[in-house]
Design a protein. Structure first.
Length: 94
């Protein structure tokens, strides 16, 4: 059996049933297998996506009141806003 790999930023489950998890900041952890993209919040098209998901109730805010720097898009269509840049989130998993 594979030993558990426990790190501050990347957590691998023992049986790999759910896949690896990624810490996106402030204690929020997401399944990396469900993430389709991580987009910078600076683009107008991303801001429109954020507004449409906010109005439809398909948004999870993980900024804890801080400035939005990225949007994480999941395969279910739900999005999550994060206070960290896409580069920071990606570098946390390496």
């Amino acid at each position: 059996m594979e030993s558990n790999m426990l790190n501050r930023d990347l957590v691998q489950t023992e049986n790999n049933k759910n896949g690896p998890f990624l810490n996106v900041g402030f204690g929020f952890i997401v399944n990396m297998n469900r993430v389709t993209s991580i987009l910078p919040y600076a683009d107008k098209s991303v801001q429109r996506l954020y507004s449409s998901k906010l109005n439809s109730g398909e948004l999870f805010d993980a900024t804890r009141g801080r400035k939005k720097r990225s949007i994480i898009v999941f395969d279910t269509g739900v999005i999550m806003s994060s206070a960290f840049s896409p580069e920071t989130i990606v570098n946390r998993q390496l």
